[in-house]
Every structure is written in C-alpha cells, then in structure tokens.
Design a binder for this molecule. Structure first.
Ligand SMILES: NC(=O)c1ccc[n+]([C@@H]2O[C@H](COP(=O)([O-])OP(=O)(O)OC[C@H]3O[C@@H](n4cnc5c(N)ncnc54)[C@H](O)[C@@H]3O)[C@@H](O)[C@H]2O)c1
Length: 356
C-alpha cells in the first residue's frame, strides 16, 4: 500500500479551518500530521478538534521535525513569502493562500526559489475551481466567445470591513486593503479566463471612507476601534492589455449601495458571459438572432477539487491550475495599480520592460 501524504497547516485561523483542513481531510491519501500557529493555544484547539497529535508554535521547528509532503500556508499575507520559501527549501510542497505575497518583489523571490526547487507551489485561488469557472474556462478554450475584448470584475459590499485593527486593515501585515483581499479573487479570475495576457497600462483610484465607523464590519468580524486602519476600503481601476482588450474593476469592503455583489462579465466577438452573485449566463447569436443561455450545472457534482488537483499534480507533474508564476503576474499588476492610484496617473508597464 502506498504511504499517505504527510500534511500540516501553518496558520490555524479562520480560513485554515473553513477551507484547507476540510479540503485535505476529504482526501483518503492524505493524513494531517501537525498543526502550527504562532498562537499555541489556537494550534492546540484546532489539533485537538481534528485529532492531530503534533502541535507547534514555530513553523521552522515543524518543517525540521515532521518530514512533510504538503503544507498549507494560511497566515496573514506578510508571512507568505518567508514561510513559502522556508518550506520549499525544506523540500515541502506549498499550498499558499492568496495573495501569493504582499508585492511583486516578494512574489518574484518565491517564484525563483520554487523554480530552483523540485517542489510545487499552488496559490489558493479557489474561485478558479468552482463548477462555473471550470465550465467558463472550457467554453472559452473551445473558442465560443471569440476574442474577448472587454471584461469587468467586481466585488462590492455594503458592510463588509474585516474589522478595524485586524491584520487585514494593517498595510504592513496585509500589503493592502480591499484590492489585495477581494480584488485578488475576481480580477485574477477574469485575467485567468483571458489566459494571463500581458498588461499595457493601468489607471486607478483608491479611497478610505469607512475607517472610523464601527457599523460597517463584516458579519462576525469585530476588530478594535483603536487599531490600525491604513489601507483602502474601496478600489476602482481600468487595466489595458497589450492585445487591445480592457478590464474595468471595482472592489469595496463598504459602500452605500443597495446590496452586495460579486461578479464578472466577459465580452467577446462571438459571445459573452456574465456571472453575478453566483448566477451564470451566456450570450450568443444563433440562426441570426441573439440568444441567452442559462447553463444548469449540477451542484451535487464537483467538477474539480482544489485539494485533489494539487496532490494529483504533485504525484504526476501535471500542470497546476494556479501555479506560482500566476501569483507573481497578479502581484505585479497590484503593485502597478497602487502606484497609479498613489500618483493619480496611469502606470505604463512598458517602462519596466528591459530594453524599452
Ligand atoms: N481563499 C479565500 O477565499 C480566503 C478567505 C479568507 C482568507 N484567505 C487568506 O488566508 C490567509 C489567512 O486568513 P484568515 O482569515 O484565516 O486569517 P486569521 O487571522 O483568521 O488566521 C491567521 C492565523 O495565522 C496565525 N499566525 C500569525 N503569524 C503566524 C506565524 N508566524 N506562524 C504560524 N501562524 C501564524 C494567527 O495566529 C492566526 O491564527 C490570508 O492570506 C487570507 O488572505 C483566503
């Protein structure tokens, strides 16, 4: 019988429990052997809940002792680079939560180490693994949208600040505000659908409007009214791509709108796709008339599982759906966006290309 993959978690907080532990415990060929959190009590609580005997507060000690095959990194963003690099150098495959790092520079450092190692790193971009995303990607790859020349992406909340004074609202710990938190999901998704095209220039704006209010927190997130809040709570922008297409985007943790909305739209020469609050629609032309198509995906069948996919790629060398270089590509766009917003003028990606 083949041995099970030895798995551990680093950062046993909310996302670790809701997503990674649940995902890996579903796989019969994986055993969770250790839990690490800088807060030992938290690590112990989670370890006890899932009957895991090894508990650590120091990830380096865990990497030295446990002969691991996979770690999930679910710490605040500023630790993603340091821990990913240490794990790869210790010979462990890494499933790192999004964003890959707090900026392009750190993401590049991770990428260099990953490429020099024989290990895999996958970014936890779970929205790429939904049934809708898998279907849309296939639909696009079959050429059914033609050339996608315009895309829109957004996630806007009425009251969804993850708590003043948590690591989310602290630039040093998070790398940024809503752009890093929610933008990573939906802007990433449309760029992934468009096959990670080269960016040409980006314009954008960030705002901090609700930092001093206590009434616009996300359900379940408390925070500390005296804590740090030095990031944006809304971000809007327009990205031009070298192929001539554009992507407009808007993200907000809080805003005076009727209701929360997460969405993307892809508009192509042969067809279009809209995904709004979970509902997918396709637009096309048949027999000389415009038609709307409402795919009925079976929610009881999971087409692609993020965790199964990662273990399969590790075993077979198959291409990852969310490899390290995609995380680095995206962080370069985030850096450029923040620079454009800070300078209040568009950022030209050609300036940063060697020889231009
Ligand atoms: N993919 C998604 O949909 C999704 C959703 C939520 C969060 N996330 C990402 O997951 C990560 C964690 O977010 P969260 O909401 O779980 O945060 P959280 O604050 O609930 O958990 C973070 C945990 O990391 C621990 N930690 C801090 N420093 C550590 C260290 N040096 N070593 C070990 N543990 C350490 C903290 O004690 C805490 O328990 C973030 O990168 C976030 O962007 C992704």
């Amino acid at each position: 019988m083949e041995r099970k993959l030895r798995y551990a978690i680093i950062g046993a907080g909310s996302n670790a429990e809701k997503k990674h532990i649940k995902g890996y415990l579903n796989l019969p060929h994986v055993e969770m052997v250790a839990v690490c959190d800088v807060n030992f009590e938290q690590a112990k609580r989670v370890a006890d809940k899932y009957q895991v005997s090894k508990v650590y507060s120091d990830y380096k000690e865990m990497l030295r002792n446990e002969n691991l095959d996979i770690v999930s990194i679910c710490t605040p963003n500023f630790l993603h680079a340091e821990i990913s690099i240490a794990a790869l150098q210790a010979g462990v495959n890494v499933h790192c939560e999004k964003p890959l790092a707090v900026n392009g520079n750190e993401a590049r450092q991770i990428l260099r180490v990953q490429e020099a190692s024989e290990k895999a790193l996958m970014v936890g971009l779970n929205n790429r693994f939904t049934n809708e995303s898998v279907f849309v990607k296939q639909y696009i790859d079959q050429g059914l949208l033609g050339e996608i020349y315009q895309a829109k992406a957004g996630w806007v909340r009425r009251s969804g600040i993850p708590g003043r004074g948590t690591w989310f609202t602290n630039q040093k710990l998070s790398g940024g505000g809503v752009m890093i938190d929610l933008g990573v999901h939906y802007l990433d998704l449309v760029l992934y659908f468009m096959n990670m095209p080269s960016p040409s220039f980006i314009a954008g704006s960030t705002r901090q409007t609700f930092a001093d209010t206590t009434t616009r927190n996300r359900n379940g997130y408390k925070g500390n009214p005296n804590g740090v809040f030095d990031v944006e709570d809304s971000a809007v922008g327009l990205l031009h791509l070298e192929n001539g297409a554009t992507v407009s985007f808007e993200f907000s943790w809080a805003s005076n709108i009727e209701q929360d909305k997460f969405y993307y739209e892809l508009i192509g020469t042969k067809g279009g796709v809209s995904f709004v609050n979970g509902e997918l629609k396709l637009f096309s032309e048949q027999s000389g008339t415009c038609v709307d198509i409402g795919p009925k995906l079976n929610p009881n069948i999971r087409t692609l599982d993020e965790f199964q996919h990662f273990t399969e790629c590790i075993a077979t060398g198959k291409q990852l759906l969310a490899p390290a270089w995609h995380g680095e590509y995206f962080m370069n766009i985030v850096d450029a966006f923040y620079e454009a917003a800070g300078n209040q003028k568009p950022y030209d990606f050609n300036k940063t290309k060697v020889g231009v």
